[in-house]
Design a binder for this molecule. Sequence first.
Ligand SMILES: [Zn+2]
Length: 130
Amino acid sequence: MFPGFAQCQAIKNNLFKHTNLQIAFRPTNTTYQQLSQRRTNNNKPSGIYQLKCNTCKISYVGQLGRPITTCYKEHIRYIRQNNPMSAYAMHIPNNRHKFGPAEETLRPLKPCTKGTKMNCWEALYIYIYT
Ligand SMILES: [Zn+2]
C-alpha cells in the first residue's frame, strides 16, 4: 500500500470497469522507497532476504551481502556440500526438500548494504518472520 493507493483503485474500478484493460499502478514515491538507501541499478541489491523452501514452505531470513545471483549460487553450493553455515542450506538436504529457482525462493525484504545496519535489519526481520 502506498499513499494514493485507494484513489488509484477507485480510478481503476470506475474508469476501466467496462473494458478489458488490465491496469497496473506503479508507485514512485512510497514510504518504502523513501526509507530505502540509495538505489542502484541492480534490481537484486544486497540486503535482507527471505529464503523459502519449495517443499514445506518454511522460510528463513538472511542477509545477503553480495549480488544476489552470487549469493544464490553460494547457497546452492552450501546445499550440495552440506555446509552448516546456512540454516537454509541445511534444511534442504536434511529434510530431502527441494529448492526452486532464485525468483521463487528469494524474496527481498529490505535492500541495504553490509554492516551494522544490515545486522539490525536482519534481526528485525528474523523477529518479524519467526
Ligand atoms: Zn522444507
